[in-house]
Write a protein that binds this ligand. Structure first.
Ligand code: PLP
Length: 393
């Protein structure tokens, strides 16, 4: 037998796994030191009370014969798809419930959507970006070209007519840079994709963090329903990283070579995926109630305040950074020309603070570093005090 040789094109381990291993090894060797993690983008606040109440009620329903439910619909329960459609509608965006697919999170959908496309397509990925887009396409043996996101273009690459991309990944607000496209910028990507029959895979996992008028959905751009699939998640919006729920929009109008991508996706999901549990979907639907929205926005305000504390610290240290306004991430330039992993080791050894090396997000991330605002407030403050002491010029 032959194994999938494409795995040899991958880096040895997934970025966040390496970060976790290194910090665990340090903690084991120095049990007297308190290590503070501002690395992986995991949330720390508990689920909102409205979500918990809805999930408790759903558990009770599952415990009674008259209200028990078995397999959920592959594409999600109607009540949740309608709530998501309503969430779009309140922002003036028309996404019918029928085009929404509920899933166990945006990571799975990111990883699975490429199955809709032939291996020979040219895939365009911003650099730096969430590593899942690159790794999943490498596993499938696809050719990838990169769109450089750097200080010079505000970390927002725009279409290059000389690049003939077929599948285009966009992540806005971006992980790790925090840069977010405006509606006008997205329009240029949509026009480029429609002109070339390409498909955009738009990751909106951080849309709820946008606060300066940047776009929150690719469907704000005209004609996007003819070229774009949008992935979103309850992970960052409502703290569902451990509960697992997300959704993907595949518009009915998205057709290539006479074939509906929505039908292909339904075929794929109904073959390989058995849906998200009723209890979790009831919890997710509660996020969109008035009470749920108020509670999750309190949590977002907490994380935004953490971002402000980290940004203030960087200002005090005279370190260049971006992000932290439309996203929970601060993307900073490593001081004194240090490389990303060099700076990682320096912070771990000298301040016992763990961040994520920018080089793990792509070649253009080298020399940069990501800190997350998803931490606990006291830990964030303590980490910033240590960083200030170490890095202040
Ligand atoms: N997309 C981006 C850009 C992310 O940063 C993350 C998680 O960090 C995800 C998707 C994963 O989301 P989920 O928890 O819904 O799988």
């Amino acid at each position: 037998m032959k194994l999938n040789e494409n795995f040899s094109a991958l880096s040895e381990s997934y970025l966040f796994a390496t970060v976790a291993q290194k910090s665990a090894a340090y903690a084991e060797a120095h049990p007297d030191k308190k290590v503070i993690k501002l690395s992986i983008g995991d949330v720390t606040l508990p689920l909102a009370p409205a979500v918990i109440a809805a999930m408790h009620a759903a558990v009770d329903e599952m415990g009674r014969k008259e209200t028990f439910r078995g397999y959920p619909p592959y594409e999600g329960y109607e009540f949740l798809r309608e709530s998501i459609a309503g969430y779009y509608a309140r922002r003036g965006i028309n996404v019918p419930a029928a085009d929404i697919f509920v899933s166990d999170g945006a990571k799975s959908d990111c990883g699975n959507l490429p199955e809709l496309f032939d291996r020979d397509n040219l895939v365009l990925v911003p650099d730096p970006v969430y590593p899942v887009y690159v790794d999943t396409n490498l596993m499938a043996g696809r050719k990838i070209v990169y769109a450089a996101a750097a200080k010079e273009n505000g970390f927002l690459p725009m279409p290059d007519e000389s690049v003939k991309a077929d599948v285009i990944y966009l992540c806005s607000p971006n992980n790790p840079t925090g840069a977010a496209y405006t509606k006008e910028q997205l329009q240029k990507w949509v026009d480029y994709a429609n002109a070339r029959d390409a498909v955009i895979l738009y990751d909106a996992a951080y849309e709820c963090f946008v606060q300066d008028g940047a776009a929150r959905s690719i469907y704000e751009a005209k004609g996007a329903e003819k070229c774009a699939i949008e992935m979103c998640s309850f992970s960052k919006t409502a703290g569902f990283t451990g509960t697992r729920c997300g959704y993907t929009v595949v518009p009915s109008a998205l057709v290539r070579g006479g074939v509906s991508l929505k039908e292909m996706w339904f075929r794929r999901q109904s073959t390989k995926f058995n849906g998200v549990s009723y209890v979790v979907q009831r919890g997710a639907a509660a996020v969109f109630t008035e009470e749920g929205q108020r509670q999750v926005s309190d949590n977002l305000a907490y994380y935004r305040e953490n971002a402000r504390i980290i940004a203030d610290c960087m200002d005090g240290c005279g370190i260049f950074y971006t992000g932290g306004k439309n996203s929970p991430y601060i993307w900073l330039k490593c001081p004194d020309g240090m490389k990303s992993w060099e700076f990682f080791d320096y912070l771990l050894n000298e301040a016992q603070v763990v961040g994520t090396p920018g080089s793990g997000f792509g070649k253009n991330g080298e020399g940069f570093f990501r800190l997350t605002a998803f931490g606990d407030r006291d830990n964030t403050k303590e980490a910033c005090e240590r960083l200030y002491k170490l890095l202040k010029k």
